[in-house]
Write a protein that binds this ligand. Structure first.
Ligand SMILES: Nc1ncnc2c1ncn2[C@@H]1O[C@H](COP(=O)(O)OP(=O)(O)OP(=O)(O)O)[C@@H](O)[C@H]1O
Ligand SMILES: [Mg+2]
Length: 264
């Protein structure tokens, strides 16, 4: 029947179209994969590769190997909970990511910048612009008012609008009436809200929170953590959130558990 002059060309046309469609589908699959790879690569805000940290032993003690060839990749806008037993190295990791201590080996690339290539002064500038940190113990400057504490990172790069931006950040955490108060004149929850305002005021590329509610009572802790998650969502911020609280960890998009110096 294929000898029939009408049916054979029709069949060949169909085959040709099928081949074309296959080719197009293959090309578009390649393009989408390429696009996905480019997007992923472009939006990776943090790349930690083979990170190791060993502290020298105290006295005659053995060196303490805390992080062992750890890898972590975080996309822009992601929130990641870091979990792990006490002593597993969560705070050590955040300290390295903040550039407050140097790794023994490995690399940390944050917002396109390899931290190991910066000297102390450059690191301080980079940190002020790109990294917001909230610690369990607040770490506010005791001799500075709430407003001065919040404007500190902006002052580091001479932002002419530092005071106005700091006032706005304090308003966002509900502390407009505490601008002139010093840390000793505020409650723990208020101090932590000042620390949140200080971390957020520069709109950092990444927010590092180390058990930010660990020193607060349950009710204040819930209020402060709600505030952090709301602000992070509102500003589509990238966040690493260290916690022992499984409930808080679940509010992050992803969980990473530290064990024996690596994520498991
Ligand atoms: N400066 C240092 N010198 C020596 N050892 C240190 C130093 N800092 C931390 N360590 C050790 O490194 C390990 C990890 O400490 P790290 O504070 O990172 O733990 P963590 O996971 O944050 O614990 P926690 O949940 O209790 O806060 C601990 O065994 C600690 O004793
Ligand atoms: Mg810790």
């Amino acid at each position: 029947m294929f000898d029939n002059g009408e049916i054979l060309p029709g069949f060949e046309r169909l085959l040709g179209l099928k081949r074309q469609a296959k080719g197009l589908a293959y090309t578009s699959l390649c393009l989408s994969l390429c696009d996905l790879w480019q997007r992923t690569a472009a939006f990776m805000i943090l790349d930690v590769t083979d990170l190791c940290k060993t502290f020298p032993g105290a006295g005659h003690g053995e060196p303490v190997e805390v992080l062992k060839s750890l890898n972590l990749h975080v996309a822009q806008g992601e929130s990641v909970a870091i979990l792990g037993q006490s002593g597993s190295g969560k705070s050590t990791l955040l300290t390295l990511l903040a550039g407050l201590d140097a790794p023994s080996s490995g690399s940390i690339v944050l917002n396109g910048q390899n931290l190991q290539t910066l000297d102390e002064a450059q690191l301080a500038q980079f940190r002020a612009r790109n990294i917001g940190i909230i610690f369990q113990q607040f770490h506010l400057m005791s001799h500075l008012s709430a407003l001065e504490n919040v404007s500190l990172p902006l002052d580091l790069f001479h932002d002419p609008d530092a005071a106005a931006k700091a006032a706005l950040a304090l308003e966002q955490v509900g502390l407009s009436k505490r601008k002139a108060h010093f840390p000793h004149q505020m409650s723990g929850g208020e101090c932590q809200r000042v620390a949140i305002a200080r971390a957020m005021v520069v709109r950092p590329a990444i927010l590092l929170a180390d058990e930010p509610t660990g020193n607060l009572d349950n009710q204040t802790g819930a209020y402060v953590s709600d505030m952090i998650f709301d602000l992070v969502k509102e500003h589509r911020m990238t966040m690493l959130f260290v916690t022992h609280n499984e409930g808080l960890a679940k509010r992050c998009e992803r969980e990473q558990r530290l064990q024996n110096g690596r994520f498991v």
